[in-house]
Design a protein around this ligand. Structure first.
Ligand code: SAM
Length: 246
């Protein structure tokens, strides 16, 4: 049936994504710095400025597709003693790298926990979290609408959804430079550092296929979030999306 075919395609997409991150986990942080020329740090820091976690009261944070922990660590640093962060990722290898980094940066700190799970089906309680973040993760999830519905479910009323994702460059000239960089620099650079070009081919294609920011904001509203808005950064290379559960 058509339904069966769709299900197989979606499972194939997830399997491909899992294979990519399984292969690159050990070099993921290095690749991030190389491929974005360090810009991913600035994008994540903009995410944190917008999030501005409470310091003087309990703040339950969920970082989905949290990988090696960058966003979670920044939330811990910006938050207070009653901040706790759940890092959720589907990939055990990425989480293992994240756990090692956490042990070094926050030894003995029990405000952070790592959970293996799927963004489409969170095994987490309703109405619990003050904020949900997903950085460069939602593009990899086969059923984005399911992930958004789950984000909405686990957030408290008044909770905030924030998503950093690659977007669409619409600055003349920069678009040409970005396209050339994506197709001619990223895959060979990936091959040089990890021995494989294919995962990086996938990366570039998945960015192209991701919805335009206006359309993605519409999906966020369809999931029930209010005041959906987005801020393009670096000429539209990345966009920061925000929504509220009100
Ligand atoms: N958020 C981190 C960062 O910004 O550095 C990691 C981003 S990395 C590009 C994408 C992550 O999404 C990978 O760690 C991958 O395992 C995870 N991922 C892919 N599909 C997922 C899913 N269905 N549910 C949860 N995580 C998923």
């Amino acid at each position: 049936t058509h339904f069966g075919f769709e299900t197989v395609k979606l499972a194939e997409k997830q399997a491909k994504v899992d294979d990519v991150f399984h292969k690159v986990a050990g070099r993921y942080d290095l690749m991030n710095d190389l491929m974005s020329a360090g810009l991913h740090r600035a994008w994540k820091s903009a995410l944190l400025t917008t999030l501005n976690p409470a310091k003087d009261r309990p703040f339950h944070h969920l970082d989905v597709a949290g990988g090696t922990g960058d966003v979670a660590f920044a939330v811990l640093e910006a938050g207070g003693p009653e901040t706790d962060v759940t890092v959720l990722d589907i990939n055990a290898e990425m989480l293992a790298v994240g756990r090692d980094r956490a042990d070094k940066r926050f030894p003995g700190d029990d405000r952070i926990r790592f959970v293996q799970g799927n963004a489409e089906e969170l095994r987490l309680p309703d109405n619990h979290f003050d904020a949900y973040t997903i950085a460069f993760g939602i593009r990899n999830v086969p059923r984005i609408d399911k992930a958004l519905a789950e984000a909405y479910r686990v957030l408290k009323r008044g909770g905030r959804f924030l998503c950093l994702e690659f977007s669409h460059v619409d600055v003349p000239l920069l678009d040409k430079v970005y396209e050339a960089y994506s197709f001619n620099v990223i895959p060979p650079m990936g091959k040089m550092v990890t021995g494989e070009a294919e995962p990086y081919q996938y990366l570039v294609e998945s960015i192209r296929k991701f919805p335009k920011p206006q359309a993605f904001a519409g999906m966020i509203e369809d999931a029930g979030f209010r005041r959906a808005k987005f801020t393009p950064m670096t000429g539209g290379v990345v966009a920061l999306h925000s929504g509220w559960k009100l």
